[in-house]
Design a protein around this ligand. Structure first.
Ligand SMILES: NC(=O)c1ccc[n+]([C@@H]2O[C@H](COP(=O)([O-])OP(=O)(O)OC[C@H]3O[C@@H](n4cnc5c(N)ncnc54)[C@H](O)[C@@H]3O)[C@@H](O)[C@H]2O)c1
Length: 510
């Protein structure tokens, strides 16, 4: 199975069925890569309009000097539309990007098999259906694979090549070569819910929502901490507003159900009432944020309280940022106390422990105790967590101190793992389980998350940066505090943390 010269350099004849958002992007990608691409859509003229729209996009690239005009001339001869499915007869590969409906896709694949040659590969761009269920409509399921692109296709430089249970390895390597020949990263993924990128991306939403559900922090506070503290381009609530909560809600539920109600993916009960109320996000003008003329209405930052005079602060000597915190105390004109007993404010920096428990463990007065997250860089944003008993005057004094050099401070309620620890541990744990289940090779997992989700690091590398033992501490702390199996550590993570080796370490050869 596979095209004879599938090395990416040889021009192929590629059929694209569906001339919507994704079909157009796929036409553009492969026409630019030098292949002959023929597009079909069931709606009359839709394919011709789709190809015309692709050429118009390329014309604008020529105008901007980003594409040579002779390159466009040759693409004009290669990107064409056709009026009948039967015109795909000579294709080496057909990529389907039609409506996300299993019955319609199965019907299309069965019809395609009657048209193309036996060596033609049939690929589906489905986001959420089981590829094997589409393949089983064909006489030769070995030729059927998933080829999942992201929107916009030419700019999102990764594609998942999905190996369904009966897909021939030769079809997978041919598709991989095709994608890489077009300049995209191809990642090979098992036919599992959410494939790779949508699976690995779950943690940001599920844990973000859980934090808000528990009233530890509000949506904009979670977004602020994750952007400034961990380097996400957008926080989960900004992303949910961008995608639309109606769409995201369906994805969350579908992945949870397809994983047989795996607790790690359990959707939040906060979502359905908001969907019912039409709080979808940008497209309805209100979601987690409000939008005016398409622009997010930024909640006004609250000014920090003023620093009380003659403040004395005790800093846990074990705190990872004890030197930086001591510098802050000195620069603010406060006094660093030698013992916690007489201090106005006691600062601790727990990992995988809430502020109340940390204060009790250290024999501190919870009324005068405040915790500061040690895993986010202190110079960008500081997350300050209260015990259940922290006095308002202590909260305000600590807030004033932590904001005294102009760095923004987010004040949150008590929670094992603050915001950033919880979210990063969840993301690393889900990625570790993807590796454990060999849904993809570790290298592909890391690349797909960086390119497909725009995270600053691949998730396992990120876990290494924080430290696998700390990730374990956070998850075990959550397990102890909540008893919720969503926090159970993946065996992949637990074993590598125990050995003190990188989370990128593959399984030993058998
Ligand atoms: N939009 C995205 O961000 C995105 C990302 C990844 C994957 N996908 C998947 O890609 C596929 C297409 O999504 P889209 O956003 O491009 O949809 P779209 O609605 O923009 O376009 C679908 C096109 O398919 C045509 N069509 C429908 N049924 C057909 C049939 N039986 N035969 C021929 N043409 C038919 C429609 O006329 C339409 O032009 C879906 O499976 C979707 O889940 C979408």
């Amino acid at each position: 199975m596979g095209f004879s010269q599938a090395n990416g350099a040889s021009a192929l004849r590629i059929g694209v069925v569906g001339a919507g958002t994704m079909g157009r992007g796929i036409v553009q990608l492969f026409a630019q890569a030098g292949h002959a691409v023929v597009c079909f859509d069931e709606k009359p003229d839709a394919a011709a309009r789709g190809v015309a729209a692709v050429l118009a996009t390329l014309e604008s690239l020529v105008a901007k000097g980003r594409l040579a005009s002779n390159a466009l001339d040759s693409i004009r001869g290669r990107a064409t539309s056709c009026a009948s499915l039967a015109d795909l007869v000579g294709c080496d590969v057909v990529i389907e990007a039609i409506v996300e409906d299993i019955a319609v896709k199965r019907d299309l694949f069965a019809r395609l098999e009657g048209i193309v040659s036996d060596s033609c590969i049939l690929a589906t761009n489905t986001s959420s259906l089981i590829v094997a269920e589409i393949a089983s409509a064909c006489r030769h399921p070995a030729r059927v694979a998933g080829l999942h692109f992201f929107n916009p296709v030419p700019l999102m430089k990764v594609a998942e090549v999905i190996a369904a249970v009966r897909t021939a390895p030769s079809a997978i390597s041919a598709l991989r070569a095709l994608v890489e020949g077009a300049g995209h990263k191809a990642v090979v993924v098992a036919d599992q819910p959410g494939f790779l990128v949508n699976h690995a991306g779950r943690g940001l939403y599920t844990e973000g929502l859980r934090i808000v559900e528990e009233k530890v922090a509000g949506p904009s506070e979670v977004d602020d901490v994750l952007r400034d503290g961990l380097g996400f381009r957008m926080g989960p609530f900004e992303l949910l507003d961008l995608t639309g909560l109606d769409v995201s809600s369906r994805v969350m539920t579908s992945i949870y159900q397809q994983f047989q109600e795996e607790p790690r993916f359990r959707p939040s009960s906060l979502v359905p009432p908001r969907v019912a109320a039409g709080l979808y996000g940008r497209k309805t003008g209100e979601g987690w944020y409000r939008y005016e003329k398409g622009q997010k209405v930024q909640p006004a930052p609250k000014s920090p309280p003023s620093l009380p005079s003659a403040l004395s602060v005790w800093i846990d000597p074990e705190a990872p940022d004890s030197d930086a915190l001591a510098g802050l105390v000195g620069n603010a004109g406060a006094r660093q106390g030698l013992s916690p007993s007489g201090a106005d404010v006691c600062l601790v920096q727990p990992i995988g422990e809430d502020a109340t428990t940390a204060a009790l463990r250290l024999g501190l007065d919870p009324v005068r105790s405040v915790a500061v997250d040690p895993i986010t860089p202190l110079f960008r944003r500081r997350t300050m967590m209260l015990t259940v008993a922290t006095a308002s005057a202590v909260r305000d004094a600590a807030h004033a101190l932590l904001a005294s050099d102009g760095v923004p401070v987010t004040v949150i309620g008590d929670s094992v793992g603050f915001i950033a620890q919880r979210v990063i541990a969840t993301i690393v744990n889900i990625a570790a389980n993807i590796a454990q289940r060999a849904i993809a090779e570790v290298e592909d997992l890391e690349a797909a998350v960086r390119i497909g989700l725009g995270y600053p690091f691949g998730p396992l590398h990120w876990g290494d940066r924080v430290g696998p033992a700390k990730i374990m501490q956070i998850l075990n702390g959550q397990m102890r505090a909540t008893g919720d199996p969503r926090y159970r550590p993946s065996p992949w993570l637990a074993r590598r943390a125990a050995l003190g080796v990188s989370l990128l370490t593959p399984e030993a050869p058998r």
